[in-house]
Design a protein around this ligand. Sequence first.
Ligand code: ZN
Length: 66
Amino acid sequence: MTKPGKRIAIVCGTCGSDAVSRDAWADWDTGKQEWVLGAVFDYGHCHKCDCEASLLEVELKQAVTE
Ligand SMILES: [Zn+2]
């Protein structure tokens, strides 16, 4: 989804955790036989704060493996 060489993290604007989710629709694709990401909405949720959070996009300086 991102260009090679640029990696980003999405973090909670309150606590900085990357355990965040975004409200979205998953649409069933009959051809692929799987759910595919459809619309992505503005609502962000932090699992650490366990509440609504403003999500920040942070560019990573170096490659990070999960
Ligand atoms: Zn948080």
